[in-house]
Design a protein around this ligand. Structure first.
Ligand code: NAP
Length: 288
């Protein structure tokens, strides 16, 4: 059996990785979250890696609260940049592969066409800056790495789908922004992409989001349709929304990622976002 250290195992992606690979006859998962392995501590990370001699490290740990990040700069750099740096150092030290997850927030958000791995970055928020620093550390310190940028992620845990379903229990109508575009992506699909890349030597930077794209208000309408909710979705602009609900972090207006490298180098294809959402709603028992 090949040992795999999973960090952030109690987060959304960590849970999905466990659902997919937990019963594998090939891999033994060594599950850790901050209580068992604080990725910001290089000595702890190196000790665990030297003890278990992993085949791979899958980094599902991150600081993901994008608004709170604006006022927690140091903690953000520690978790999203120093953390992956420490894992990269440990991966190189022990000959392990490193899977690291990044985000569409590394882009400025003002593109008019889907973004490939070859497009210039330019983060606009603390979260985006720290995630980009994490990518760069992985490139600097790891030898055999897969960096996968994803977006609009939902799974088992706190996420947009559950927030909207929660709001629909309390209100007859909700206001949702109509001028931000992206690709909702399920953790189940992202875990499959990780499992596809993992045994290969096809290293590098990848975009990994479900196919197709939408806006937050249309995404919400589809969630409510699948759940059989009659809650009305009022479409509002980002300007109107932030006037009523001030947010600290700037959201990307356009962050549709093109899975260009996956398409060029693998046969793996993400599902279309409505199909992946349907699967998720079914699995979670949210479907009408
Ligand atoms: N969520 C999205 O919409 C989204 C979009 C694009 C990219 N991503 C990226 O996708 C990846 C997975 O996101 P996710 O939504 O699964 O995140 P998540 O649910 O927030 O899970 C992250 C996990 O990491 C843990 N953690 C925090 N600090 C840690 C530390 N110092 N050491 C070890 N573990 C620590 C968290 O514990 P606590 O809960 O106790 O803090 C949590 O269990 C992340 O890299 C994220 O940046 C997410």
């Amino acid at each position: 059996m090949k040992n795999i250290i999973v960090t952030g195992c109690r987060g959304q992606l960590g849970i999905a990785v466990n659902r997919l690979l937990g019963a594998s006859e090939e891999y033994r998962l060594i599950n850790t979250d901050v209580e068992e392995l604080d990725i910001t501590n290089v000595a702890e990370v190196l000790k665990l890696a030297r003890d278990v001699k992993p085949y791979a490290i899958i980094n599902c740990a991150a600081y993901t609260a994008v608004d709170a990040a604006e006022s927690h700069l140091d903690l953000n750099y520690q978790i999203n940049a120093i953390g992956p740096r420490n894992l990269a150092i440990a991966a190189t030290d022990t000959g392990a592969k490193l899977v690291h997850i990044s985000t569409d927030y590394v882009f400025p958000g003002n593109s008019e066409a889907p973004l490939t791995e070859f497009d210039p970055v330019g983060p606009q928020s603390v979260y985006g800056k720290t995630k980009l620093a994490g990518e760069n550390f992985v490139k600097d310190f790891a030898k055999d790495y897969f960096i996968i940028r994803t977006a609009w992620l939902y799974g088992e845990g706190k996420n947009f789908v559950r927030t909207m379903l929660g709001l629909s229990e309390k209100f007859d109508e909700v206001s949702v922004v109509c001028d931000q575009f992206g690709s909702p992506t399920s953790t189940a699909e992202l875990a499959k992409a990780i499992a596809c890349l993992l045994p290969t030597d096809n290293y590098g930077l990848f975009h990994g989001t479900c196919e197709g794209s939408t806006s937050w208000d249309e995404f919400t309408r589809e969630i409510f349709r699948l759940a059989g909710k009659t809650t009305k979705v009022n479409s509002v602009t980002t300007e109107e929304y932030t006037a009523a609900h001030p947010q600290s972090a700037k959201r990307p207006h356009y962050s549709i990622l093109d899975n260009y490298m996956l398409r060029l180098t693998t046969d793996f294809r993400f599902k279309e976002w409505p199909e992946a959402l349907d699967d998720y709603m079914q699995f979670m028992g949210f479907k009408a």
